[in-house]
Design a protein around this ligand. Structure first.
Ligand code: HEC
Length: 417
């Protein structure tokens, strides 16, 4: 054997298996690059974009109208505030048995009277409620209502009738405050009329639009409290001049959109995901548990998560799945008592209490029966309310199972469109 025969060429000294391995690595690596860079351009658009105007509204349109203060000086001043703009916000002025509304001739058409058979009247004109300027008229009505009550319930004391007056503010932009306990937003079913056609947005016609119940004008009075500058809600105070003022350092109001993002962070920090999942799987137990009495819930779709920065699909469930909790449990009061004391809201619950979502200990010197929710509560509550409400309007049909055809379409039809 000569030297030359002994010397193999580069390719001859190369093991075939090594060649296969290296080619394999290159193919795998480049396909991974192709998948991450190119594939997203070809996904079903319903995965990455809002599929209903309602979904956009939930994120964008309703948000700029909803503010809540996070840094008032006194905890009881935490209040939800609406920024109302002419032609933008839908309002309903609906009487109930105990709340009656006085209105001038011109404004009469905006009031939905108690027990009237006309559908709920909505308007996008900025109108507000206040204590009646003409007290004698209000007193007369109050007397009348009390007498009526006494006639039919002679033994019981009459309820506290509230009489308010509808008025048109000078500005076509205003702030309205709603007590944190009140119903802030409500769903509208298809049974409503919008009174001002020229101010109409396309989303106004969708059932499930958000409207605001009976707001009051928002005014504040500046105060000094233990050397600190603060403010109080005061109907006789100065009106808020601008959105910047409302959101600035003095008042510290946050929009609903900001609150949802804070809520997401709180959900992460508090470890809610340790016990809760955020996905309705296609499995029977999921769609049944998250559904109504009559109909299953739609399984989660990727599109529901588009506005989330962090997603918490979760892996195991110590508590129930939360992906439909915004529809299943819309009541702010329920969540308030549940976070304060899960055991009282839900018998035998092992969920820990989250009392740092509240500012005042009701068992301390305060006479209050529950803590005053602070911005942490508002944030987690607003965040939970996005769960399941970003699919399609949670029409009453879906939840109450009144309309099987529509429900089945919602569950099965949305994907095939
Ligand atoms: C130790 C586990 C655990 C942790 C941590 C936990 N939960 Fe729960 N959660 C439960 C259990 C168990 C239930 C069911 C009993 C009940 O309703 O309290 C529940 C119920 C709920 C419900 C009612 C759901 C329904 O469909 O009835 C909501 C809403 C909720 N939790 C939200 C949260 C949030 C938000 C956090 C974080 C701030 C959180 N939970 C942290 C265990 C937990």
């Amino acid at each position: 054997m000569t030297e030359a025969n002994n010397k193999k060429g580069f390719w001859q000294s190369f093991e075939l298996s090594a060649l296969v391995a290296i080619t394999g690595i290159i193919v795998l690596f480049s396909s991974a690059v192709i998948v991450t860079l190119i594939a997203p351009n070809f996904v079903d658009p319903t995965w990455t974009q809002p599929t209903t105007p309602y979904q956009v509204q939930m994120h964008e349109i309703s948000d700029p109208n909803f503010y809540i203060s996070s840094s008032p000086i006194q905890p009881e001043e935490i209040q939800a505030v609406y920024h109302l703009k002419n032609g933008f916000t839908l309002l309903a002025f609906q009487e109930s048995y105990t709340t009656r509304i006085l209105a001038s001739k011109e404004l009469e058409k905006y009031v939905t009277r108690y027990q009237s058979s006309t559908p709920l009247k909505l308007t996008s004109k900025v109108l507000l409620l206040r204590p009646p300027a003409d007290k004698s008229k209000a007193d007369a009505l109050q007397k009348e209502l009390n007498e009526e009550w006494k006639k039919s319930n002679p033994k019981e004391t009459s309820p506290n009738f509230v009489i308010l007056e509808l008025f048109e503010p000078k500005e076509n932009e205003a702030f309205a405050v709603a007590p944190t306990d009140g119903v802030l937003e409500d769903w509208v079913d298809e049974n409503f009329v919008i009174l001002d056609k020229n101010n109409q947005h396309s989303y106004h016609n969708d059932p499930g639009v958000i409207f605001i119940n009976n707001p009051l004008e928002y005014k504040v009075q500046y105060i000094t409290y233990f050397g600190k500058k603060g403010w109080l809600y005061d109907p006789a105070g100065e009106p808020i001049a601008s959105l910047e003022q409302l959101k600035g350092g003095d008042m510290g109001f946050r929009s609903r959109q900001e609150l949802i993002q804070i809520g997401e962070t709180i959900y992460a920090h508090e470890g809610c995901w340790y016990c809760h999942t955020d996905q309705t799987r296609t499995l029977v137990q999921d769609v049944v548990l998250n559904g109504s009495d009559s109909f299953p819930a739609p399984p989660s779709s990727p599109n529901e998560y588009i506005y989330n920065r962090i997603t918490f699909p979760g892996t195991h469930r110590i508590g129930p799945d939360l992906s439909r909790v915004g529809i299943k449990r819309p009541s702010r009061d329920w969540h308030r008592s549940h976070f304060w004391s899960p055991k009282t809201a839900s018998k035998g619950s092992i969920m820990p209490a989250f009392q740092h979502f509240f500012d005042e200990d009701p068992r301390g010197s305060s006479v209050r029966t529950t803590g005053i929710p602070n911005y942490k509560f508002e944030a987690i509550y607003q965040y939970l309310m996005t769960k399941g409400t970003r699919i399609t309007p949670p029409t009453q049909a879906w939840w109450l199972g009144k309309d099987p055809i529509n429900t089945i379409n919602l569950i099965e039809g949305a994907r095939s469109k």
